[in-house]
Ligand binder design. Structure first.
Ligand code: HEM
Length: 225
């Protein structure tokens, strides 16, 4: 398939916005891991973030723009690819496709739905207001009790199930997305492609196990109030 200049531009923007999103997801996992230090860990971390004041809002708007562009370019590129290979199964078979690469739109849309739910849950406190940090009593140091909110949330089976399912979509999306990002910048030949596939899967697995460990350790009562 021949790439037009605008397709190349879109691929580069997908890669750059994807890289920013993966960086956020890695930093967010490190921040969330402070839940293992109990209330003193995650409540202190959340308070530091909220104390940044207007900077938090600048960051939120920047991330919203990055996320929006990533989705728009992703849909445009998929439509272009489909238009370039209409029903051409021979071409499809030749391409180095796998389940993760074939389901990028589905896993991407599932993650979009998850992020909307996640913000309504933990940030806007809409979906489970009865256990939101804004309504729970503050902790001993007067900080919003994010630790209790997270633990009470994941003690609910349905909420944990939604998060674990979403992390499986994250695994699928990152295991192909990370590889795509590196390939856009030129590492796309023979042996290095094989290594690249392994590295991408490794990054995606670390994110999968890192994130699902939180609901799983809570639901099994290992992390508790
Ligand atoms: C077990 C998994 C996760 C936990 C426990 C978790 C925890 C949290 C918490 C507690 C907040 C609210 C922070 C606050 O306002 O004090 C938050 C916000 C957020 N999380 Fe997560 N998160 C998880 C997974 C994810 C994933 C996989 C993504 C992205 C794909 C994500 C994206 C976000 C975003 C965009 C926000 C809003 C940030 C803001 O308020 O500015 N989270 N998360």
């Amino acid at each position: 398939m021949q790439f037009t200049q605008s397709t190349v531009g879109r691929k580069v923007l997908m890669a750059v916005t994807g890289f920013i999103l993966i960086s956020f997801i890695c930093v967010h996992l490190l921040g969330n891991s402070s839940v293992y230090w109990g209330a003193d860990g995650i409540n202190a971390y959340a308070k530091h973030l909220h104390d940044l004041g207007p900077l938090v809002w600048i960051f939120r708007l920047f991330m919203l723009a990055v996320f929006g562009l990533h989705i728009i370019f992703g849909i445009q590129l998929t439509l272009e690819n489909r238009a370039a290979t209409p029903g051409n199964y021979a071409v499809k078979r030749m391409a180095r496709a796998n389940f993760a690469s074939e389901t990028m739109i589905v896993s991407g849309l599932a993650l979009l739905a998850f992020v909307v739910y996640h913000i309504l849950h933990f940030t806007a406190h809409v979906t489970n207001p009865e256990i939101s940090a804004s309504l729970l009593p503050a902790d001993a140091l007067g900080r919003p009790d994010v630790f209790t909110m997270v633990v009470l949330s994941f003690q609910k089976f349905l909420i944990s199930l939604i998060y674990v399912a979403a992390m499986v979509f994250l695994f699928l999306h990152v295991s192909h997305g990370f590889q795509s990002f590196i390939q856009t910048f030129g590492f796309n030949n023979g042996p290095s492609l094989h290594i690249l596939e392994k590295v991408s899967k490794g990054v995606a697995l670390v994110l999968l196990f890192g994130y699902i460990s939180i609901p799983i350790l809570i639901i099994f009562g290992i992390v508790k109030i």
